[in-house]
Design a protein around this ligand. Structure first.
Ligand SMILES: C[S@@+](CC[C@H](N)C(=O)[O-])C[C@H]1O[C@@H](n2cnc3c(N)ncnc32)[C@H](O)[C@@H]1O
Length: 283
């Protein structure tokens, strides 16, 4: 359960913040990183890579990492220069310092422990590299419901209440997905921004009076700075740059992509532009 509002949500009668294009703040931050040759890892990219092919800069290397092979196989042809079937909480040693940017859209609420995911993302970034991610909050209304409703019922409930395709609903833990816990987990990063977003009215569109009451609560949480009650978090942080003092003579801040397979990666696959995935393990 990702908790992302449907783009079709009608904004009439809703607070001004609902008029903002939902992905705009995320995309603005990412756009400043889209230099030629940039190396991007998309965590939990699944069937819909966060950055579409036609928006990538020239020479961009775009890797996907997802726990589900079948999700990634559904992505449009040519979506990934390489993709990896792996749990983001499991370290892939060979990714050490390989990426300029790690992005992730509506994934980290599905991950436990969240701290392990952040540590691994940190490990995969080059010094000075940037993580930009958005995910749902533990204390959002849908987060709370999802934590008490049996996971087998969640796809059914979302289908009937929000018209969401059950195939796009994944088990979610909402582990430590609130502002102070996120900041604690990122204490060793630099330039940390944890931006709470308050946007869950679409879950109540089946009952307008309930939606009205809910919005009073959501407005109150925003107005009174209840950061831990945000429905979503946009998180932007950098791995600290290597100080020139710590670099060995001749050492480059950029590593080359390894040619050997990562030993802790469940399976590593590559997909060529021709759309035929290749399992490098030969399985
Ligand atoms: C809600 S979908 C989001 C997919 C895509 N980012 C998007 O915007 O459409 C969540 C994705 O996270 C993946 N996922 C769930 N748990 C994961 C984990 N522990 N490690 C890596 N990927 C995971 C799922 O397989 C799924 O593709």
């Amino acid at each position: 359960m990702a908790g992302a509002p449907s783009p079709s949500v009608v904004t009439r009668g809703l607070p001004d913040r609902y008029a903002e294009r939902w992905r705009a703040p995320f995309e603005e931050r990412l756009s400043s990183e889209l230099r030629p040759g940039v190396r991007i890892l998309d965590v939990g990219s699944g069937r819909r890579p966060t950055l579409p092919i036609d928006e990538r800069p020239s020479g961009c290397f775009y890797a996907g990492l997802d726990i589900s092979e079948s999700e990634m196989l559904r992505a449009p042809a040519g979506s990934y220069d390489e993709y990896y079937v792996s749990d983001v909480t499991k370290r892939v040693e060979a990714f050490k310092g390989q990426f300029d940017v790690v992005i992730s859209w509506q994934v980290l609420e599905h991950v436990k422990p969240l701290e392990d995911a952040f540590e691994n993302i940190h490990y995969y970034l080059k010094p000075g590299g940037r993580m930009i991610t958005q995910f749902s909050g533990t204390f959002s209304i849908f987060g709370l419901i999802n934590q008490v409703v049996p996971s087998s019922l969640t796809p059914w409930a979302l289908k009937h209440l929000t018209k969401r395709d059950p195939e796009t609903v994944f088990p979610a833990y909402y582990h430590h997905c609130w502002a102070s816990a996120i900041k604690r987990a990122l204490k060793d990063w630099s330039d940390v921004e944890v931006i709470g977003r308050y946007n869950a009215a679409s879950y109540w569109r089946f009952a307008k009076p309930l939606q009205k009451v809910y919005l009073q609560y959501e407005d109150w949480a925003l107005r009174t700075g209840r950061d831990n009650l945000a429905t979503h978090y946009l998180v932007d942080a950098r791995k600290r740059a290597l100080s020139a003092d710590f670099r060995q003579p001749g050492e480059l801040p950029v590593n080359r992509m390894p040619t050997s397979l990562p030993s802790t990666c469940d399976r590593q696959l590559t997909r060529s532009a021709g759309n035929r995935p290749r399992d490098l393990h030969g399985a």
